[in-house]
Design a protein around this ligand. Sequence first.
Ligand SMILES: Cc1cc2nc3c(=O)[nH]c(=O)nc-3n(C[C@H](O)[C@H](O)[C@H](O)COP(=O)(O)OP(=O)(O)OC[C@H]3O[C@@H](n4cnc5c(N)ncnc54)[C@H](O)[C@@H]3O)c2cc1C
Length: 428
Amino acid sequence: MAAEVLVAGGGVGGLVLARRLALSGRQVVVFEGSDRFGGQVSRQTVAGVDLDAAAESFAVRGGTVAALLAELGMQGDIVAPLDAPAWLHRSDGSSVALPATGVLGIPGDPGADDVVRAIGLDAARRAQRDAELPASVGADAATIGELVRLRMGDGVVDGLVAPVVRGVHSTEPDQLLIDAASPRLREELRAAGSLAAAVRRLRAAAPAGSQVAGIRGGMFRLVDALVAECERLGVRLQTGAPATDLTPHALTAGGRRVRGQVVRAAAAPGAAPGRRVTLATLVVEASAFDHAPRGTGVLVAADAPGVTARALTHLSAKWEWVADLLPGLHAVRLSYDGERADAVERAMTDAPALLGAPIERVVDTSSAVWQRRPAGAWPAMAEPAVGEGPAGTGLASVVAQAERVAAALVAEVGEDSTVDGPRGRMEG
Ligand SMILES: Cc1cc2nc3c(=O)[nH]c(=O)nc-3n(C[C@H](O)[C@H](O)[C@H](O)COP(=O)(O)OP(=O)(O)OC[C@H]3O[C@@H](n4cnc5c(N)ncnc54)[C@H](O)[C@@H]3O)c2cc1C
């Protein structure tokens, strides 16, 4: 009998690992601390329909999430978002479409008209100097902010990169580690000689079409499918079972010390605390939203006057399945820094300001507070770990890393069961 694996944490990272190990014949137990699986992939019900409460898309890079969905029989449910750019709400209160050829807001063509429109001629000219600088400039930078400042100047960081990084990663460019946010950017900069060329290479390497995709019916369906598959494969799934005192060979859960091969799939004690963000979802009547006035949504400059939201996603414009569920209505989701009791109230004034059109009637609202942990900020651990701590934020990174760790554990199976003897014993 193969040794038992004890997975501490039932988010997507833990569930993907558990499923893969179970498929390889391992006995697996998943201990989830809360009362539900999925972690940051979660459903909420607004105006009587189920929508995503947190993650609502996945990056298509690498094809890892799509491959997993195909294995789960959900290939036909992968959907592309509306093919229209997001917008930028600038510090002077005006809005422009986000330049088309960027990665994390870094422009692939700093001289393009849409870049000049977004940040002005002087900042665009400074950004173009990137092409003249040696590739070594910025080679040692740790963060996206540092790298872009050195190569393209403050105008690009403050005007383009910061709103995108705040909206997508809930952090600041100067806090976002390059290797966690865009693992191949450094290598492409070395090869291409300039940051803009590196961005173009990354864009060219990406599959045609959108860089993200979703699941018809919601990303939370991925969690439902993983849980169902784990159950089918005999994985023991326990909720309300926080795991503590982890060592490579034992953990404590439900008041008992359990022995087995431990994999951490939840934040380690001592990991840097995350930033809190509050999401407010509104379902509204607003006929002027019908033509998607700001494409898929709006990213907001930090000092934009009169708007508190950091970003707005026009869910019913971005995803056709959301529009189908809410005929004659619109769903928008706004994010706010910190834990804000007034997020829904703010959203009701921010949404019309950001979409440039009035709301006629608010049908239903919901809000939720999330914690976004910085990637790469976990302390060193003795036990193997999966999830966004070691993998980086986002489902594409989390799924790929969990699959890699599972493959490595499967390769070790013989040694585990013969050297250390049978595991998975409950010690009362
Ligand atoms: C608001 C928001 C929007 C997002 N949008 C996107 C998006 O659109 N696209 C995208 O790709 N990514 C998005 N993300 C990020 C993405 O959801 C996460 O990177 C990913 O889901 C992390 O998965 P995980 O398994 O590492 O961790 P988590 O989802 O955090 O799961 C960890 C699990 O472990 C449990 N746990 C914690 N401590 C213990 C313990 N001691 N014992 C047992 N269980 C424990 C937790 O309850 C949780 O269920 C978003 C995140 C948030 C918050």
